[in-house]
Ligand binder design. Sequence first.
Ligand code: PAF
Length: 285
Amino acid sequence: MTDRRGIGIIGGVREMQEFSNGLRKEGKTIAFVPTMGALHEGHLSLMREGKRHGDVLVASVFVNPAQFGRNEDFNSYARDTDGDLRKMESAGVDIAFFPRADEIYPPGYETYVEVTELGKPLCGRFRPGHFRGVATVVLKLFNIVKPDTALFGQKDYQQLQIIRKMVSDLNLEVDIIGMPIVREESGLAMSSRNSYLSPEEREKAACLSLALRRIKKSFDEGERDSLALLREGYDVLAGASIGEVDYLEIRDGETLGDKAAASPGDVAALAVRIGNARLIDNTVL
Ligand code: PAF
């Protein structure tokens, strides 16, 4: 482990496992925030909350090739190790874990985890293999970091449900905490991919949260017909003349099953392409 001011940095898988084994032997609890770096306030809110859930806070940065499709942004995904370290330090992270891709997926690697049904709708339809990559890397990171608690943002709503299900189905002893979406002043959900937006596109992107707010307002006023609710959201998106809408749907908040009539706890979720960015957002009704 190397030390940089207040933060320890670990790069090796075996070293991380031994460090975590040592902590556990001492009876210390571990809170964990996995990330792909390019950290923003959303990630930092997970880290600050993580501080309250473990004696030691570990955060990882790993841009996971297994969750990117062939034509997706793996190569252009923002990478800023120094900036990330500074932000982690300021958020109180004790250990920054930066595994190497060839250690996570050594030559001949062939084991993957799939949460079959939850991975099918919404983003699963547009990003085949994505959630298989997410579930696999998260399980691997859990086996390496050995956390008691792990924190994930609700912006990636489907990812959060998939991780909860994997933890339950595979009897993993990790408490999963979902944290509220952190938004810019315009309402745009914070995302590392917002950096792909031009200033005009960023302005337009505010319509994503506006569409969801419109749906939630109608729901709160008593509308239950999903199609009627979605029409309101589509009207907002159409008014902003943005790019392609991959989906705007209302789904059961837990099973992500179809809902013709919306009820409390359901989720309205969308994915939209604006310029080079594919942005997702959601609101729980
Ligand atoms: O949400 C993310 O940043 C990633 O999907 C995660 C959970 C770190 C797995 O690579």
